[in-house]
Design a protein around this ligand. Sequence first.
Ligand code: NAP
Length: 272
Amino acid sequence: MTAARVTAPARLVLLGHPVGHSLSPAIQRAALRSAAIQASYEAVDVEAAALAAALRQLAASGAAGNITIPHKEAAAALMARLTPLAARVGAVNTFWTEDGALVGDNTDVGGFETVATSLIGRSPESLRVAVIGAGGAAAAVLAAVEHWPAARAAIWSRTRARTESLAARYSGVATAAEFLADALRGADLVVNATPIGLHDDAIPVPVALLRHSAAVVDLVYRPGETLWVRQAKARGLRAVDGLPVLIEQGALAFTRWFGAPADREAMWASIR
Ligand code: NAP
């Protein structure tokens, strides 16, 4: 692996609440070990009220890291500077310190983009995407769709006002579907951007409603894949859960911090 930059952070943290379940420490420590970088990566459980103080302290010590649920949007407002992509999404999942000031980025977009385009196996030009959910993960998916020529997305979530507000933010590519069936009609790619299936065998959409040619990205992951992904595969659809996206966003974050590629194989091995 390439050596780390001189300014590379010595301490990395994951801020979230809760964070105990996160696989990020395992994958990032594996990437650090593989690159022989002497830096720590630890998960820190921070409640919303303590986020601003925690980030101030991290900035003062030149730290870097990741932000996870539920702080990604709040963290964006606490950065001194955002990359254009983080500003577009309105959420930060990766940050670092430059001259004592926090810089926020969003690598969920690139992580999703890489995994989705590899899954569909062709250029995403003119792709029709159905997005289930209207939170931060859905916003990252739409920011990726904006990069794809002539691609369009239909968003559906259980809260109409939130669906419409997200569609309005991405009005160049997205519309708010009133009914789930409207979002799914003609969809080449169906994305679960809700937590459905995270803790149990609930599914976001019956697979019988999906076109046979559709591909499925479930941003949720759990041991043995989510039931939705297993059902989609059993029906012959191309489907992946959220693990490849987790690895890819983590690898992109690693490169932001150290200016070197992350060892994705080592990251995968750490969670297998
Ligand atoms: P969020 O901002 O809280 O948004 C969640 C969305 O899901 C909202 O539209 C919410 O609707 C909807 N929702 C929540 N519970 C639901 C339920 N029981 N039934 C139907 N809809 C429900 O969360 P987020 O940041 O977008 O993250 C969503 C999920 O994506 C996370 O749980 C995580 O598993 C996954 N994710 C994975 C990765 C990865 O690397 N693989 C990265 C980012 C996110 P309401 O507005 O009505 O509550």
